[in-house]
Design a protein around this ligand. Structure first.
Ligand code: SF4
Length: 520
């Protein structure tokens, strides 16, 4: 037995496509100028949202299902090391090979190495958030390996050299005319007479993909769930292209975040009700593929699984934020989010946009990741995401928590105090004493000098400009509330006109007591 004498290792934060390249306010400002994007998004999110509400209302036990989903995920997080070991044992016993990846770089290296071992230079891919998170396609390209996306929306984004903007409908920001133009421009052999009819576009994509399915020897996939009690992996999808990838090639390489585990097959029944209803508004998704290791004469001969941490351990260590790992990537939260609906997914910078992205990305990368620290502020805190989430992730609470972590981390870096810090200190000084507040109030009427003839203040300096950019402030009254109160209620000796009533006497007593306490 050896004894460990070093420092315990610090949490490893996530790398890859989790870091925004610019802050959310900057990116959102630019995206807000794209009227076409807003129209496409508004139409798509409202359609899915309405479908979801309808199918959810059919289930009398929907709330109990959400509770069950949340409880299962909570127990998975509490038992993660034990469940991972159980899964590994079962997966390897059935002929699969497990690879552990600490971050995006390690995962990419492992996948590229496995593909190189097969001698192939082309792979087909099932839509996978984990491989987008690690930037696998870009990495493989550098290694001389071409990855073909087979999910229709993902294919559209890939052909257009664009980035996904929604976790379920990656091309949600494009309309059918734009898609036809992309096919004509980028798809080899596309019929020049192609129309923007969705069925025609789908047939064109099908013909293009069929050629790839029939020749590919290697496939790369993600996984929606992994069952610890049998070592089984599951992918749910709508088009059937995923199933072609999972069954036709000789080698199948799956990349999956460690949080996707479920303890037993029985737990899957809860999520098979929650996920399709929350994501596509369907009672059941059209294709569910489950595979357990290698079986003679059936499916891929070599089955690999890359288990990805990439910041998940760090997120797990955050007591308040760890429930973000319960996410089943249904996208219901983004379809109801007023901020996402207007800015679109690209404004969030990371692979994970919308409300879940605003908490998951900074948790995986650490809030110190410069541009990701603006993400927890990308929310109105209206709570619609919490209401929609099938596993009851309290996104608003985690947003507030991360905002406080961000403020603390900046304070910890001993930067010069910001205008907000100075303002808050001044407010705390004034509001903690009635006497001081009275003094400050005496100065307020001076604000009338800043107001124009229409009695409105339209421009303030510094951070206060953020307020006046979108609204005016009415000019302050000529006298403060205290002065008005004294004049109205303190009797003739103070110029007051009314005798104090019971309630006002109490208020007077309170003000006087406070002034005495302050030494007035
Ligand atoms: S946070 Fe909840 S609603 Fe949003 S994608 Fe994840 S599971 Fe779905």
């Amino acid at each position: 037995m050896s004894t460990f004498l070093g420092m315990p290792s610090l949490p490893v934060f996530g790398t890859g496509n989790l870091h925004a390249a610019e802050s959310f306010p900057t990116a959102a400002h630019r995206e807000l100028g794209n009227a076409q994007l807003r129209a496409n998004l508004g139409h798509a999110t409202h359609t899915i949202r309405d479908k979801r509400l309808q199918v959810v209302s059919e289930l009398p036990d929907w709330e109990q299902l959400r509770d069950a989903g949340s409880a299962i995920k909570e127990s998975v997080m509490a038992r993660l090391p034990e469940l991972l070991e159980q899964f590994e044992q079962n997966f390897t016993a059935r002929g699969g090979v497990i690879h552990w990846a600490r971050d995006a770089g390690e995962a990419n290296d492992i996948v590229a190495g496995l593909i190189r071992d097969t001698g192939e230079t082309e792979v087909v891919k099932v839509k996978s958030m984990a491989t987008q998170e690690i930037g696998l396609n870009e990495y493989l390209e550098e290694q001389g390996i071409t990855a073909f996306e087979t999910d229709l929306a993902e294919l559209i984004v890939q052909l257009d050299h664009d980035k996904p903007s929604h976790i379920l409908v990656p091309a949600i920001h494009k309309n059918r005319t734009e898609i036809r133009d992309i096919f004509l421009r980028e798809m080899p052999g596309a019929d020049p007479a192609l129309t923007d009819n969705p069925a025609v576009l789908a047939m064109a994509a099908r013909a293009h993909l069929r050629r790839k399915f029939l020749t590919a020897k290697v496939a790369v996939s993600g996984a929606n769930f992994a069952l610890a009690d049998s070592g089984t992996l599951a992918v749910v999808e709508s088009e059937g292209n995923g199933r072609m990838c999972l069954t036709l090639p000789e080698t199948l390489i799956t990349v999956m975040g460690v949080e996707k585990l479920l303890p037993t097959w029985q737990d899957l029944e809860v999520f098979m009700q929650l996920l399709p209803r929350s994501s596509t508004g369907e009672r059941m998704n059209p294709y569910t593929s489950l595979w357990t290791g290698v079986t003679d004469g059936d499916g891929p001969r070599n089955v690999h699984l890359v288990l990805l941490d990439n910041g998940r351990s760090a997120a797990l260590a955050d007591e308040m934020g760890r429930s973000a790992l319960h996410c089943i990537r249904c996208s219901a939260c983004m379809n109801v989010c007023p901020v996402y609906e207007r800015t679109g997914g690209h404004a969030y910078g990371s692979t994970y946009p919308g409300p879940i992205g605003a908490i998951l990305s900074p948790l995986l990368t650490g809030i110190e990741s410069e541009e990701n620290s603006s993400l927890p502020y990308a929310s109105s805190l209206c709570g619609a995401c919490y209401d929609a989430c099938p596993v009851k992730i309290n996104i608003p609470d985690i947003l507030v928590h991360l905002r406080s972590v961000d403020v603390d981390s900046k304070r910890g870096k001993k930067k010069l105090p910001s205008q907000m810090d100075v303002g808050m200190k001044a407010a705390s000084w004034a509001l903690s004493s009635g006497k001081r507040l009275g003094l400050v109030e005496k100065g307020l009427p001076l604000g009338r000098l800043a107001a124009g003839p229409d009695h409105k203040i339209t421009k303030l300096p510094g951070i206060a400009a953020g307020w006046t950019q979108s609204r005016d402030i009415p000019a302050p009254p000529q006298k403060s509330f205290r002065d008005w109160w004294a004049k109205e209620h303190h009797g003739p000796e103070t110029g007051g006109t009314n005798a104090p009533a019971r309630g006002t006497a109490r208020a007077d007593a309170h003000l006087n007591a406070q002034d005495k306490e302050d030494g007035a």
